[in-house]
Design a protein around this ligand. Structure first.
Ligand code: ATP
Ligand code: ATP
Ligand code: MG
Ligand code: MG
Lengths: 168, 157, 157, 168
C-alpha cells in the first residue's frame, strides 16, 4: 500500500492546506528546527488511527488542532487525508476492487471526530483494520520517531519479541 | 502461530548476520531466544560483537553504536518483511560521517522494496535521497511545503 | 535558605529573559513558582513563547526547540553562578545550522568564565572551539588521545 | 577549580594510559562513533565520586574496568587521576594551602576501591566534599550527558527546582 498523497489542514502547525505527493523510493524531508517536519509524521500516524496522545506529543487530542500563530486565530477543526495505492494485497479483502484507498480523519474542537474511507463515513475501527497484518499497525517497526532510535537497542526482551511478532 | 514465529525469527537472525557487519564493517550480532522451549512467550535477547571489541553489555555502547545497532535490527526485519512504506525521523542524528554513509548505502537497498520518508538535517543523507521536500515557516508558526525534486545527472556528481 | 532561593530564582529568571531571545532570535521564556507561598518546596514551571508562535505546551515543541530551550535554561543558571568547568556531551546534536551558530556564539560567553569540555560531531562547533582533542581507536577497542591544538589566525579565516 | 590534567588508565576503553591537559576556554572533543569520547566524561564523573552505575552506563561498577579488546586481555584495575587548580575558593577550607588538588580513584576487579587526595589515602566522602557548594556535585547543572538535553525542557517542576537550588 504505497503512499500516494497526503493532505493536511488545521493539523498542528499546518494552518493552511498542504499537499504532499509521495514519489517511489527515498524522500528526505528537510527544514529548520520547529518548521513542521515531525508534525508531518504525526499527521500520517494520526490519519492511520493513532490514538495515543502521548505518541503525538500532546496532552489531549485537541492539541493537534492548529492553536493559532503569527496573528492567525486558532482553527476549530483538523483534517488529514491519506491516499494509498491498493497494490500489494495488504488491504482488507472487502476493498479489493479499489485501486486506491483514501482515509480521512477529522477532529473538531468540540471533541467530535469523523472518519471516512473512500469518502464514506466509517468507524475508527475500520481505519485500524486497513493496516492489520501489513506491518503498519500501532507500534510498527516501520515507524521510528525522533529520539527513539537509541532506545531500540536497549529494548526489553519482550519489546524485541514484539517487533519480530509484528513481522511474523 | 508457533512455527511462523520461529521461522520469522530465524529468517531475521540470518539477515542480521549480513546486515550488521555491513553497517559496522565487521563484527556480528545475534538474536537469542531466552526460553527456547517457550516459543510463544519467550523474550528475545540481542548479543552484539563490535569489530575488534569484546562481546559487551549493550548499555556500555556509545550513542552512535546503539543507534547503528538498532538500525541493523530494524532493517533486518524490513528486508525479511518489507512494509509498504517506512517513516524515519532523524535516525541518522547520532551517526558520524562514515556511519552515515554506510547507513544510507543500506537504505538504498530498503528503498527498492519500500517507500521511505526520512526526516533529516544531514547533508549526506539528503544527497542519497531521490526526492527532497523542504518545509519552511516563512510566516512564523505556519508550516508550508516547498517541493524540491532532483533530476539526477548520471553518476557525474 | 528561603531568601537565597528566591533571590537566585529571580536572578536566573532575569537572565533567561536575555538568553532565550538571543538563542531563538526573539520570543520569551519565564520561570514560574507553582506555589509562591511555599518557597522552600514549590516546584518551578517553565513557560515558553517562541517568536511568532503561541504560548504552547512544552511537549509539542520540536526536538530542536526542546534542546535549545534546555540550553537557554541551563546557560542562564551558568551565567548567574558559573561552575569552574562544564561538561557537555553532544548537546548540539538536534540543532540546525542557524541554531548551532547562535548556540556557539553564546557558548563563547560562558567560556569566558568557565572552562568548557564539549563533545561534538558538528564541524561548526569544532570551528568555534579554542582547542580540539581528537580521540581515535587505531587499535580496535583501545582509545587513544590525539591532541590537535589551534593557533588562530587573527580573524582572517 | 579549573581542570588541569586528567590521567586515565584501565578505565573503559582506555586500556593504555591517556593524559589530557585541559586549556582554558572551550575544548571540543571529537572522533568517530564509539572511539571513547563519552568515556572521558564518565572518567571525570567517576573520579569526582559518581556512585551511580546507571549514570556510567554500566550494570555493576566492575564494568568500568577495561574488559579486553583486539587481542588484549582484560585489566584488573581502573585508575583515574584528576588535577584541579585551587583558584577560586570553591574547595574546602582545609585545603586552602594547596594551589592544586589531585584526586585519584582506583577500582580493582576484586571489588576493592581506593581513593587519594593529593596522594594521601582518603575516603569517598572526602572526594564528594571537594565539590559541595561548587555547583559540581552529583546531579550538577554543569554536566549534560549525551541524549539528555531534550529531557531537561520537559523536566518535572521538582527537577527544575533542583537545578535552581544547586545554583543558590
Ligand atoms: N496545535 C498546534 N498549533 C500550532 N502549532 C503547533 C501545534 N502543535 C505543535 N505546533 C508547533 O509545531 C512545532 C514543532 O514542529 P515539528 O516537531 O514538526 O518540528 P520539526 O520540523 O520536526 O523540528 P526539529 O528539526 O527540531 O525536530 C512547534 O513549534 C510547535 O509549537
Ligand atoms: N570496560 C570496558 N572495556 C572495554 N571497552 C569498553 C568498556 N566500557 C565501554 N567500552 C567501550 O567503549 C565504547 C563506547 O565509548 P564512548 O561511549 O566513549 O563512545 P563515543 O566516542 O562517545 O561515541 P559516540 O560518538 O557514538 O557517542 C563502546 O564500544 C564500549 O564497548
Ligand atoms: Mg522533529
Ligand atoms: Mg558519546
Amino acid at each position: 500500500m504505497k503512499l500516494k498523497k497526503l493532505d493536511i489542514v488545521g493539523f498542528k502547525s499546518f494552518c493552511d492546506k498542504a499537499s504532499i505527493d509521495f514519489p517511489p523510493g527515498i524522500s528526505a524531508v528537510v527544514g529548520p528546527n520547529g518548521c513542521g517536519k515531525s508534525n508531518i509524521i504525526d499527521a500520517l500516524r494520526w490519519v492511520m488511527g493513532e490514538q495515543s496522545v502521548k505518541q503525538l506529543r500532546g496532552k489531549s487530542m485537541e492539541d493537534v488542532i492548529f492553536s493559532g500563530a503569527n496573528g492567525k486565530p486558532p482553527l476549530n477543526m483538523a483534517e488529514v487525508s491519506l491516499l494509498l495505492a491498493n497494490d500489494n494485497g495488504d488491504a482488507p479483502e472487502e476493498l479489493r476492487d479499489f485501486t486506491e484507498i483514501m482515509l480521512t480523519r477529522r477532529l473538531y474542537r468540540s471533541g467530535e471526530s469523523a472518519y471516512f474511507l473512500n469518502k464514506q463515513p466509517c468507524r475508527l475501527k475500520d481505519i485500524h483494520n486497513i493496516f492489520m497484518g501489513s506491518g503498519l499497525g500501532a507500534r510498527s517497526y516501520a515507524v521510528i520517531q525522533q529520539g527513539n532510535i537509541g532506545a531500540i537497542t536497549e529494548a526489553s526482551p519482550e519489546e524485541r519479541r514484539f517487533f519480530i511478532e509484528e513481522a511474523a | 502461530t508457533q512455527e511462523r514465529f520461529i521461522e520469522t525469527f530465524n529468517l531475521i537472525n540470518a539477515k542480521l548476520k549480513e546486515v550488521f557487519p555491513r553497517l559496522f564493517e565487521g563484527g556480528s550480532a545475534t538474536l537469542v531466544l531466552i526460553e527456547p522451549n517457550k516459543p510463544l512467550e519467550t523474550g528475545v535477547e540481542l548479543m552484539i560483537h563490535l569489530p575488534g571489541k569484546k562481546l559487551t553489555r549493550l548499555s556500555l555502547l556509545s550513542g552512535g553504536e546503539k543507534a547503528l545497532s538498532a538500525i541493523a535490527f530494524i532493517f533486518s526485519i524490513f528486508l525479511i518483511k518489507p512494509a509498504s512504506f517506512c517513516l524515519l525521523d532523524e535516525i541518522d542524528a547520532p551517526l558520524d560521517d562514515a556511519n552515515v554513509f554506510r547507513f544510507n548505502d543500506l537504505l538504498k537497498l530498503i528503498g527498492q522494496n519500500s517507500q521511505i520518508v526520512m526526516i533529516t538535517h544531514n547533508k549526506r543523507t539528503m544527497e542519497f535521497a531521490d526526492t527532497l521536500f523542504g518545509i519552511t515557516m516563512e510566516q512564523k508558526g505556519i508550516s508550508k511545503l516547498v517541493s524540491v525534486k532532483f533530476e539526477r545527472a548520471p553518476e557525474a556528481q
